[in-house]
Design a protein around this ligand. Structure first.
Ligand SMILES: Cc1cc2nc3c(=O)[nH]c(=O)nc-3n(C[C@H](O)[C@H](O)[C@H](O)COP(=O)(O)OP(=O)(O)OC[C@H]3O[C@@H](n4cnc5c(N)ncnc54)[C@H](O)[C@@H]3O)c2cc1C
Ligand code: FES
Length: 264
């Protein structure tokens, strides 16, 4: 983990209402593992919480990029930055997706919204090819499919209004694929998106006896394990439950670890 002031190389619209921020981060970028995040110091923010967490979308040599949508004051202030300016980052943070699963497993990525940003490096760095399932409310919410297809990963799309791909939820398309018995090997799920989607993927994995790695999204204060704003209820080995910091022990958890009952 490093604290680094980085130069903005590129900052542009990416489609689906998102912006891509690419920075030169020679201290952080080479260390990034898929599913890890950076905590970005937002300029001109007079809050108690000055940083915002974003998944590392791409990392190559000394550069990394994030994809984000403007949803509030922090992301609005971020959107005002231009190439040539600098921004403060802490990273890479958290435990990402493990890529060392057995070779016979078929990697199945499931993304909702900006979850796709957390999953791109999984597809790029896994030594085996899989497929990606992406869902959203409407065609305009479907983000970055071309990045996966450029890697040779087939993409299955679902939108709730049917404006792109199959009409329905991403789990409907996933269920169709699972039900068709097309998988000649065992699926291993890697998912990032809304809680309901994560829980649904986890349910399918548990029903099938498969593994599902879920990246949870919690509000984060410090990003480094000190403030406890990001805790997730997890099952303890003794059958009880414990609060676990998603910024430190997560954000990726195997589905059997998470105690969803009071979470979603
Ligand atoms: C590990 C992690 C990775 C993330 N990766 C990305 C990413 O790749 N791209 C991206 O666009 N966003 C990502 N986020 C969410 C991002 O951090 C929030 O959108 C951002 O902090 C909002 O800041 P703001 O000041 O603009 O919004 P605020 O003014 O703080 O809030 C505006 C609205 O957004 C909601 N919000 C704030 N933080 C979160 C959150 N963490 N999850 C859900 N809703 C939130 C608030 O409840 C409120 O409704 C990630 C979050 C986490 C925890
Ligand atoms: S954000 Fe502070 S402990 Fe996780």
């Amino acid at each position: 983990m490093q604290l680094e002031t980085v130069l903005i190389l590129e900052h542009r619209d990416y489609g689906a209402g998102y912006r891509l921020l690419k920075v030169a981060a020679p201290g952080i970028a080479p260390q990034v593992q898929p599913g890890q995040f950076v905590h970005v110091r937002v300029p001109r923010l007079n809050d108690a919480v000055l940083r915002r967490p974003f998944s590392v979308f791409q990392a190559q040599a000394d550069t990394l990029s994030i994809l984000y949508k403007t949803v509030g004051r922090g992301t609005a202030a971020l959107a005002a930055l231009a190439a040539g300016q600098t921004v403060g980052l802490i990273g890479p943070l958290g435990h990402g997706f493990p890529l060392d699963g057995p070779a016979e497993r078929v990697p199945v990525l499931v993304a909702g919204g900006y979850g796709m940003a957390a999953l791109y490096l999984v597809a790029q760095r896994l030594p085996r090819q899989g497929m990606v399932f992406v869902g959203g409310c409407s065609a305009q919410d479907i983000l970055g499919i071309e990045d996966f297809t450029a890697l040779g990963w087939p993409a299955h799309i679902a939108t709730e209004d049917g404006t792109r791909g199959v009409r329905g939820l991403v789990t409907d398309v996933l269920d169709a694929w699972l039900g068709e018995g097309r998988q000649s090997r065992t699926p291993e799920f890697f998912a990032c998106g809304p809680n309901g989607m994560l829980q649904a993927v986890g349910d399918r994995a548990q029903a099938g006896g498969w593994t599902a790695w879920l990246s949870v999204d919690r509000h984060m204060g410090c990003g480094v394990g000190a403030c406890l704003t990001c805790v997730v209820k997890c099952k303890a080995p003794d059958g009880d439950w414990v609060w676990v910091r998603s910024c430190k022990e997560g954000p990726v958890f195997e589905c059997r670890q998470i105690q969803w009952e009071e979470e979603s």
